[in-house]
Write a protein of this length. Structure first.
Length: 231
């Protein structure tokens, strides 16, 4: 399973996609110390201009993968953080890993020619975030008060990603529902509506019970609602 290391790159997503186009096998990983144009979901910038974070992308050749792959990656990152740092995290559907209600890792899955590229950004040793991020982002350093070795997370995330992504879809969904407080019974806002989460559908999309019935959230994300709790 190949591992390509870069000191600095534009985005490991681009590097991994280029390797996939050349036929790189399942599990091939690119990791960078810094990215000059790290990307998040919906083309958002992923802050990666210092060396405090772990930035990696893996080539995954999984012909039957669907939306549940992002959920499997969340399980892998959650378990790696638990094993290596001893810190319990929450998973916010579909792609956020939360520590003390703030984002400690993000996941991005992109389809390319014949392969999927799984990108993971984990905030390891950042001592501070830009003012616009400080309310919503945290790092393992900030939550534990001590530095962590990014290499240990890299090794476990790679192994656990291969493990969780190989599970059946029902098994991934079952484990995600157990691992995430957002999957069921949480008052959220999503896709312009407010309601209480009601589990996942068989594809891995989020079900939300609203005043007008059960809605399926297929895109975007969710955030806790400031509402009263109805319905
Ligand atoms: C998100 O939460 O929006 C997803 C963030 C994914 C960031 C990672 S960092 C490694 C890889 N390279 C990128 O440019 N993005 C992903």
């Amino acid at each position: 399973m190949g591992l390509i290391r870069k000191t600095i790159t534009e985005s490991t997503m681009l590097d991994a996609a280029a390797l996939a186009a050349e036929g790189a096998p399942h599990g091939t990983t690119v990791v960078a110390q810094r990215q000059t144009a790290g990307v998040g979901r919906f083309g958002r910038k992923w802050s990666s201009d210092d060396e405090g974070g772990l930035y990696l992308s893996m080539v995954l050749r999984l012909p039957n993968a669907g939306p549940s792959l992002t959920l499997a990656l969340g399980l892998a990152v959650q378990e790696a953080i638990n094993e290596v740092a001893g810190q319990a995290t929450d998973l916010r559907w579909p792609n956020d890993v939360l520590l003390n209600e703030k984002k400690v890792a993000g996941i991005l899955v992109q389809a390319t020619d014949g392969a999927l590229i799984a990108g993971i950004g984990l905030n390891v040793n950042q001592k501070a975030f830009a003012p616009e991020l400080s309310e919503i982002a945290t790092s393992l350093y900030l939550s534990s008060g001590r530095p962590h070795d990014p290499e240990r997370f890299l090794a476990r995330i790679r192994t656990l990603t291969l493990h969780y992504s190989a599970l059946s879809r029902p098994e991934i969904l079952r484990r995600f529902e157990q691992a995430s407080t957002y999957a069921r019974g949480k008052l959220v806002e999503a896709d312009g509506l407010s309601g209480i989460t009601n589990g996942l559908d068989p594809n891995g999309f989020l079900l939300v019970r609203t005043e007008t019935g059960i809605r399926t959230i297929t895109a975007g994300g969710v955030r806790p609602s400031s509402g009263t709790g109805s319905p």
